[in-house]
Write a protein that binds this ligand. Structure first.
Ligand code: FAD
Length: 535
């Protein structure tokens, strides 16, 4: 079978591309995904997120010891399943700040990627349950909904934030990002709306679209300066697959630079060090890694105000039945559905801290579980100045990559993160939460100086799962792809996923990745771009 396009990686971006490119029946598309199907009910249930950072459908990687976090190794969940991150994430639907995209255009030279250029692509995907205006739309493939039934503690949290001076915001994805409110979620009718369920499932019957699961791509095949196909693991052997037009790499911000390097495409020194023959020396591959690091405060509740006790077997069964029979109850919650954006640095050009209220304790891997019901407030600094790397350690495609986000290399990141944690603690102590919150347990009343909070952070911090930037688009010397997403210096290859973002947006990264793929599809098909927004 000959294919026009081979898409490597069926994650958030790969699923969008599979849909948009195969819309023309004359174009043959192959989507390759290393992970398995998302048929298990857990992927559909919003609260399934509680299992998702604990090893389900993940590559099982960790960072290298973090030099500026006291040598800490951070567990680093990256999805391995059709739908990628969108099948295992917390379903928060956020787009960031318009200045994020304006900075892609003006500071990284990504012409065509300013906010006005990309807003129509956010809207093209969107099937918003409630909103239709200059910022939102309905009728697209991706379900976007408000939380179904946030518990009273969520509303008290919003009042507490206002007591702490942070206003209420109904729509972070609208005219103003600042403030606290309920997040929009990538859900529809109380089910996760992943890139797989929204973009691939509805078009699986297209005869020009082939989806191969459990198929890891081992390397890209290059002939005379052109990428012509891929080698994949097939059963116990290997198979070569050819692309008549292009190979599109959508393996994610860790997977894409990893596969490029395994194929001899990357910084020559790093390749030689790993024992890989250099096919194309491209300095920027695997550099410029940016991620959001989460710190958190956890308080013990005065009673059963969050979902911690749903973990008791009889309540799990009841919650499951309630969901299956009526689509109501705790299982409809993504567990992180309230929060918002505010300032650590009062001079910042837009909010630089994001909060996620966790309706329990121990929801994510490595986060402490309280004996009694708890409530968690995560705070993440949004525009880190530190830059890290993704490198391969050897030519073995089964070996884990060396992931080094280099968190807190720049002291400014640490200062802002600690300030974010202070804000989180302050909100949890406001009068509106008094009926719900007994006392702070982490960091705990005894820890107050910057040094004490830093040491607490070394022990407890976690990734917010937003790696980007490792195959950055732009016009600078370290850019890996051009603004039309072609790999610099080789023909027949584009990269389309979170790795091409030159700077991490000030938000969760799924909606921005889907936007990137929507716009990429038009570029690849040679269609004129959607008319820029006028707001
Ligand atoms: C636990 C978690 C929680 C998150 N929470 C949120 C959230 O609530 N809201 C939000 O907006 N964002 C969230 N994110 C981030 C968001 O989901 C990601 O930014 C987004 O999914 C990235 O999309 P992508 O297409 O770049 O990569 P991915 O979605 O990671 O897709 C890459 C795909 O490529 C496959 N792959 C990799 N290498 C190969 C290979 N060699 N051969 C074949 N296949 C390969 C992988 O298995 C994977 O399926 C979260 C992420 C995680 C992991």
């Amino acid at each position: 079978m000959a294919y026009d396009y081979i898409i490597v990686g069926g994650g958030s971006a790969g699923c969008v591309l599979a849909n948009r490119l195969s819309a023309d029946p004359a174009i043959k598309v192959l989507l390759l995904e290393a992970g398995a199907s998302d048929a298990n009910m857990l992927f559909r249930m919003p609260a399934g997120f509680a299992k998702m950072t604990k090893g389900v459908a993940s590559w099982g990687w960790s960072t290298v010891p973090q030099k500026h976090l006291n040598g800490r190794v951070v567990w680093y969940t990256q999805a391995k399943v059709i739908g990628g991150g969108s099948s295992i994430n917390a379903q928060l639907y956020t787009r960031g700040n318009r200045k994020d995209y304006d900075s892609w255009a003006s500071d990284a030279g990504c012409e065509g990627w300013s906010y006005r250029d990309v807003l129509p692509y956010f809207k093209r995907s969107e099937d918003n349950q409630r909103l239709h205006n200059e910022y939102h739309s309905y009728g697209g493939p991706l379900g976007v909904s408000y939380p179904i039934n946030p518990p009273p503690i969520s509303h008290a949290f919003l009042r507490a934030a206002q007591e702490a001076g942070i206003p209420f915001n109904f729509d972070f994805n609208g005219a103003v990002q600042d403030g606290m409110g309920h997040y929009q979620l990538s859900t529809r009718n109380a089910e996760r709306s992943s890139a797989s369920s929204a973009f691939v499932k509805p078009v699986m019957s297209r005869s020009n679209l082939t989806v191969k699961l459990n198929t890891q791509t081992l390397r890209l095949i290059t002939e005379n300066g052109r990428v012509v196909g891929v080698e994949v693991a097939s059963g116990t052997g290997k198979e070569i697959l050819h692309a008549d037009r292009e190979v599109i790499l959508s393996s994610g911000a860790i997977g894409s630079p990893r596969l490029l390097q395994l194929s001899g495409i990357g910084p020559a020194d790093a390749l030689r060090q790993a024992g890989i023959a250099v096919v194309h020396d491209l300095t920027g591959v695997g550099g410029n890694l940016q991620d959001h690091l989460d710190l958190y405060a956890i308080s013990e509740c005065t009673g059963d105000h969050t979902y911690d006790r749903i973990a008791q077997p009889h309540r799990t069964v009841w919650a499951g039945l309630q969901y299956l029979l009526f689509k109501t109850g705790p299982v409809t919650s993504t567990l992180f559905e309230t929060g918002g954006f505010w300032y650590a640095d009062k001079q910042a050009r837009s909010p630089d801290i994001q909060f996620h209220l966790g309706l329990g304790s121990g929801i994510e891997a490595g986060v402490a579980t309280m004996k009694n019901p708890g409530v968690t407030l995560n705070s993440a600094f949004l525009r880190p100045r530190s830059r890290g790397t993704v490198r391969v350690s050897s030519a073995d495609p089964r070996a884990a990559p060396l992931i080094d986000p280099n968190y807190w290399e720049d002291p400014y990141d640490r200062e802002c993160a600690i300030q974010g944690l202070r804000l989180a603690r302050e909100i949890l102590r406001q009068p509106a939460l008094k009926p719900f919150v007994l006392a702070e347990r982490l960091p705990g009343d005894g820890l107050n100086t910057d040094q004490e909070l830093m040491e607490y952070a070394y022990r407890s911090c976690k990734t917010d799962h937003h790696p980007v930037g490792t195959c950055a688009m732009g016009t600078g010397a370290d850019a890996v792809v051009t603004p039309d997403l072609k790999l610099r210096g080789l023909l027949g290859l584009r990269v389309v996923d979170a790795s091409v973002m030159p700077f991490v947006p000030s938000c969760n990264t799924n909606a921005p990745t889907i936007m990137v793929a929507e716009k990429a599809a038009d570029i690849i098909l040679g269609k004129p771009p959607l008319a820029p927004a006028t707001i």
